[in-house]
Design a protein around this ligand. Structure first.
Ligand SMILES: [Cu+2]
Length: 124
C-alpha cells in the first residue's frame, strides 16, 4: 500500500516535471543594453543557446548587438533574424557586431541556422 502511494507520488512529480519542461515558461530575466554616448550596446553569449534569451533595446536609438559564440557545435554557427533578413556567421570566440535597426517597436525572434535555438529582441 505504501509502495503504491510512493509510486503515485513519484509519477506525479515526474509528470509535472515533464509538463513544466515542455510547456512551462522558461523565460529568464531579460537583458538590457548599456547606453554610451547615445548608442546602446549589448552582448549575447552563444553557448548551448542564447544568453540573455530576451534582450531589450530602446526604440529609435542606434544599437550595436554583439554575438560571441563559445559553443563549437555547428548548430549555432549562424544566427538568423528573419524580420531583418539577417543571417550572420558566428565564428567561435569572436565578436560579431550587428547594427540593429531599432526604428520599429516590436518583438523580434531570432534563431540558429537550423531553427532549433530561439531567443528574441524586444524594441520598446
Ligand atoms: Cu541549430
Amino acid at each position: 500500500m505504501l509502495i503504491n502511494i510512493i509510486t503515485v507520488i513519484i509519477a506525479v512529480i515526474v509528470i509535472s516535471f515533464i509538463i513544466w519542461w515542455f510547456f512551462g515558461n522558461h523565460e529568464s530575466a531579460a537583458g538590457t543594453a548599456e547606453i554610451v554616448d547615445g548608442q546602446q550596446f549589448a552582448t549575447i553569449s552563444v553557448d548551448g543557446g542564447y544568453s540573455p534569451e530576451t534582450l531589450i533595446f530602446k526604440q529609435g536609438m542606434p544599437a550595436k548587438l554583439t554575438f560571441n559564440r563559445k559553443d563549437p557545435s555547428t548548430c549555432l554557427e549562424h544566427v538568423v533574424f528573419p524580420d531583418f533578413g539577417i543571417d550572420e556567421a558566428l565564428p567561435v570566440n569572436q565578436n560579431v557586431v550587428i547594427d540593429f535597426d531599432t526604428r520599429k517597436a516590436g518583438e523580434y525572434a531570432y534563431h540558429c541556422g537550423m531553427n532549433m535555438f530561439h531567443a528574441k529582441v524586444i524594441i520598446k
